[in-house]
Design a protein around this ligand. Structure first.
Ligand code: ARG
Length: 583
């Protein structure tokens, strides 16, 4: 069953091109830019004309004549310099929508190359407060993880905690400096640990000997010193609890909670491989791999520092080896901001030289930063870094203004209102992020992001809840959904838009770009709204028409829900509004 209209046309075009002896690489359509003229457009004749130096309109006409012989087109025309415009018959679109509605995957196919993907996102650090800079990696990573699973890949997501570098030595050194030993460490909670880290940071900025202490302690910790290790375990444990809380609030999930520290043993193996292959050398007391090949020489990878400690490079290289050997990863994708571009270029090149991940696709996806209105990284009102908890609270506060208070609506006590508030607030934050292409940064819009209108998460949630309500009412009135017939233009546009679902998901998967789904979801919700206003369900002229519209509405609801799910956003069954206390 082929539920993708484009693919159906493309397959026919391919046969036609072959029959006419034309290069079938151009035998494909795209969704038309001119919905008034056509549903789909093929620009193949223009491309072929350029190569063969023939008249594009003539080629176009030849193709169009062949296409006429097939019965799925309502009209075919060759326009302008040689565009082939195709309009499908209503029955074809209707039948397609019917089949989508009956399909458990709503017409969305799967990849024909299923494989195992490790996704590395989040990347928070022990003892550092999670702030707005950590938002995108988690939110984008969660969405990509859901998309990859949905299209049939096996996904393992790993948070890759920053838990093994010099900052660990810095905190331990600071605690020792203030307490004279580590006896009290296990009594410290996350607030105290974070505070020690802040003080350590200030001290290390000014004081070379403090930096030296931190380096030594880090090296000893990495070497297995028992008392440092025990203290570190506590710091890590408390941090992980706080980090898990933050991610749970955002519905960002991980299969693995590995960190840099888990790679420690494998770091030793990496050094051995490098030595055996003769690709490492000692330079100023450090052991390095030079990366001078290719047209873009990079600084060397430092495997072991002169004090004996491993680096961020080494742990990442070792982690790749573990993901390949132990997890059988066939693809590894990292999500960080642009400050780590060079880091991953170095890591990937060293991995190549070491030969530890043959045939594994390594990809670093770079995202832009979340900025304030001034175009600089988003800050709190007093100029501090915006931590994630504050951001979520702020969003909830906004949402609360649009919702009724507890017990104002039947069945909505304190707990229910709180749950709904969180669901909407998180949708607002996530959608504002995911509607932007990954590589562009965006300005965190403080006023409109949580509104129920406009290109927002709550708008989509509201659209879904509205359809839920219509479906409930229809059921209460004994209306059944049935075979789709497309009579009004609004019905036709809706069914045509629904038919894009598969390609949208596939493009989001290929480009690792959730914004494609966000854009589609918003457009679909808008098109539904136009349909809803123009095509009454209860008041439809015939029961058949009502049944058809009901089925279209349900399919739209299901697709919107699926798309929100793929973005990592929940869709509450019912949405409330303060003004009218309900839908
Ligand atoms: N902890 C790192 C940071 O805060 C991000 C980790 C990204 N992932 C990785 N495998 N290096 O910058």
């Amino acid at each position: 069953m082929n539920l993708i209209l484009e693919n159906k046309i493309n397959a026919t075009l391919k046969n036609i091109f072959n029959k006419l002896d034309l290069d079938d690489k151009f035998a494909f359509v795209k969704v038309s830019d001119r919905a008034d003229l056509s549903d789909f457009q093929c620009n193949g004749a223009l491309a072929l004309a350029k190569i063969t130096h023939k008249n594009p309109r003539e080629i176009g006409t030849m193709i169009a004549e062949e296409l006429q012989k097939h019965d799925f087109c309502e009209s075919i025309s060759v326009d302008g310099p040689g565009f082939i415009n195709i309009k499908l018959k209503n029955e074809v679109i209707a039948q397609n929508a019917d089949k989508m509605a009956e399909d458990e995957r709503l017409g969305c196919g799967m990849t024909d190359n299923p494989h195992k993907v490790v996704l590395d996102y989040g990347g928070p650090n022990v003892a550092k407060t999670m702030h707005v800079g950590h938002l995108r990696s988690g939110v984008i990573g969660e969405s990509v993880s859901r998309i990859e699973r949905f299209i049939g890949n096996e996904v393992i997501s790993d948070v890759h905690l920053g838990d093994w570098g010099t900052p660990m030595g810095m905190i331990l050194a600071e605690i020792i400096r203030q307490d004279s030993n580590l006896d009290k460490v296990t009594t410290y909670d996350i607030a105290q640990i974070t505070e020690f880290y802040k003080q350590a940071n200030i001290r290390c900025k000014e004081d070379e000997s403090a930096r030296e202490d931190a380096r030594l302690i880090t090296a000893k910790l990495q070497d297995g010193d028992k008392s440092y290790y025990k203290a570190w375990q506590h710091l890590r444990g408390e941090s992980v609890k706080a980090i898990k809380d933050n991610y749970a609030r955002l519905d960002v999930n991980f299969d693995l909670w590995w960190g840099e520290s888990n790679a420690h043993e494998t770091c030793g193996k990496i050094v051995k491989i490098a030595r055996d292959k003769g690709i490492s050398e000692v330079d100023n007391g450090a052991e390095i791999i030079r990366l001078e090949e290719g047209n873009k020489p990079k600084p060397p990878v430092i495997l072991i520092k002169s004090d004996g400690g491993y680096t961020y490079h080494t742990t990442d290289i070792a982690t790749i080896k573990m993901r390949v050997d132990d997890l059988a990863a066939e693809e590894i994708v990292y999500f960080t901001d642009s400050r780590q571009t060079l880091h991953f270029e170095q890591v990937f090149e060293a991995v190549q030289k070491l030969g530890i991940a043959p045939n594994v696709k390594l990809q670093h996806i770079v995202f832009g930063t979340v900025n304030g209105a001034d175009g600089k990284p988003f800050k709190t009102r007093d100029g501090g870094v915006m931590d994630l908890e504050t951001l979520i609270e702020m969003s909830k506060e906004k949402v609360r203004q649009s919702l009724p208070k507890a017990d104002e609506v039947e069945g909505y006590g304190e707990a229910e209102i709180e749950k709904l508030t969180s669901q909407i607030a998180v949708a607002a934050i996530k959608f504002q992020d995911l509607k932007n292409t990954i590589n562009s940064g965006y300005v965190f819009e403080l006023n409109d992001f949580a509104k129920f209108e406009g290109k927002t998460g709550p708008y989509i949630q509201y659209a879904i809840a509205r359809i839920n309500s219509v479906l409930r009412k229809a059921a209460a009135n004994g209306l059944q959904s049935g075979k789709i017939v497309l009579e009004e233009p609004e019905e036709r546009s809706l069914a045509l838009k629904l038919a894009q679902a598969h390609n949208v998901v596939m493009r989001a998967h290929t480009d690792k770009e959730p914004s494609i789904i966000a854009e589609y979801t918003y457009n679909l919700a808008q098109i539904f709204s136009t349909f809803y206003n123009a095509c009454p369900m209860m008041g439809a002229a015939t029961p058949q028409l009502a049944a058809s519209r009901l089925k279209l509405a349900k399919l739209t609801r299901d697709i919107l829900k699926l798309m929100l799910y793929l973005l990592g956003i929940e869709a509450p069954e019912v949405m409330l509004k303060a003004e009218n206390k309900g839908e």
